[in-house]
Design a protein around this ligand. Sequence first.
Ligand code: GLY
Length: 577
Amino acid sequence: MTDQIRRVFAAIFLFSLTFALLPSFSKVNGSWPSPVRGKNGMVASQHELASQIGVDILKKGGNAVDAAVAVGLALAVVYPEAGNIGGGGFMLFRDKKGEFHAIDYREMAPGAASRDMFVDAKGDLIEGEGSSTVGYRASGVPGTLAGFELAFKKYGSGKVTWRQLVEPARLLAQNGYVLSNRLAELFVEYKDTLERYPESNRIFLRDGKYFKEGDTLKQPELAVTLGRIARLGASDFYSGQTAKLIAADMKANGGLITEQDLKNYVAKERQPLHGNYRGHEIVSMPPPSSGGMVMFETLNILEGYDMRALGSNSAAKYHLYVEASRRAFADRSEYMADPDFAEVPIAKLIYKNYAKERRSTILANKATPSRDVKFGTVGGREPMETTHYTIADKDGMIVANTYTINDLYGSRVTIKGTGILMNDEMDDLAARPGRPNLFGLVQGERNKVEPKKRPLSSMTPTIVTRKDGSTWFALGARGGPRIISAVMQSIINVIDYDMNILEAISAPRMHHQWLPDSIMWESNGISPDTMAIMRGYGHIFNDNSGNVASATGIMFDEKGVRLGAIDPRSDGKAIGY
Ligand code: GLY
């Protein structure tokens, strides 16, 4: 070899070495893809207009709870598939002193509800009008305004008025907003049921002259309702003109909700549920949501494994995840319900030693069929909808709010003269305890229909702390029982796999809810190789893949910058300032 050739080889070697020693791409602040940054505050919701309204409230001096109320009301206008004043939900937050609070504003069954109201004389489930999913009888008494007013009065900053929080939503309803392609198409997708109800048909389907992308949707009746609520507060909804209109329309159409039911509604403060994963305190929603309990049971089981060593996308990791989740969802079906009506063994279910017992039944490289998992007699179908938003303010207060009207467009009923789209939350109670529902599944006796009962939920607004106890991130999701899977896997992604909040909620996921005994998976994220290995262990995959819920979240970085993230699986925008 000549000197010249030697020099060329040496140059190539040094050149290659330099590149080998450099990281393959820049990870500024460890973040890729990058969340939205805000030094003072952040609002992450599923509609840009709603997020902007939240930021405006923060800039006026409102705190995260004030902003959460304004965002929730705005979503009732610009995100009618799930945003609402005709539904209910859960607000979890940590105040600036570091204390956690949980507000339960879940719907309540009307006073005239009864165990068998959704079955006919032959004991079969009623379909269509009169069922638990569509029409006037499907609705529980809405809780959203009671919850928002409680949050505002007790935990708001005092620097903005109730009227200031309602007014932006009222203006959007009155002046209208431009429909995205997705929102316009979604109305048409649901036309078969929306068109059965004259007010829904007129407002959302323009009596058959369907909306297109770029059209403006105005909701004048809703604007008038919001105007009254701005002036009179939630009392208008529960005992004023709006209450009268709801009760009258219900009566005229065979619905059960009366003026007395509306008067009886109360939002409740609950003790937040505390758990711990690898030294991080995690705080979430207690019953009547199953979200916190299922999540803690699953995470407690997984804590016994070195998940980091398994890698975030391996068959071995997903095998353990599915097995843990299968067991926690089996317990959900048996034990979980409204704690005001049924005994829910919360402490036992989230006890680390109980997880140890459950873990001991998990086999290496072998799926346990759901029929062999104890308490395997009940399950539950829950629909896709719901929406979650997360808000952080300049003082460190952070709010995770999930609320819903259950299915897309709820019961499809818009109450005459109000513009209010009602929920079909009665379907989250067991329409036929112990026997299959319309979807071939069975729900438990604890969650049977009873007057004033709150239906079991999967909503999982959650806050995670750093090991020093400071707030690290908060998140939640939409997507029925898949909400729990999205939240748990995002948490594992941050804690075990060092992902930032956007990476964590964007990463592929699986979902197993015990029954049916099959895995829901994401075709663009789970490789056929991984699935082949898991099939070899005995796992069954759904024929149709789909999204496993969609999440939004906010993380505080080490310098306190708020990092906002919207799941690429859904619409929305995180806006910081
Ligand atoms: N309706 C969905 C849930 O509450 O989980």
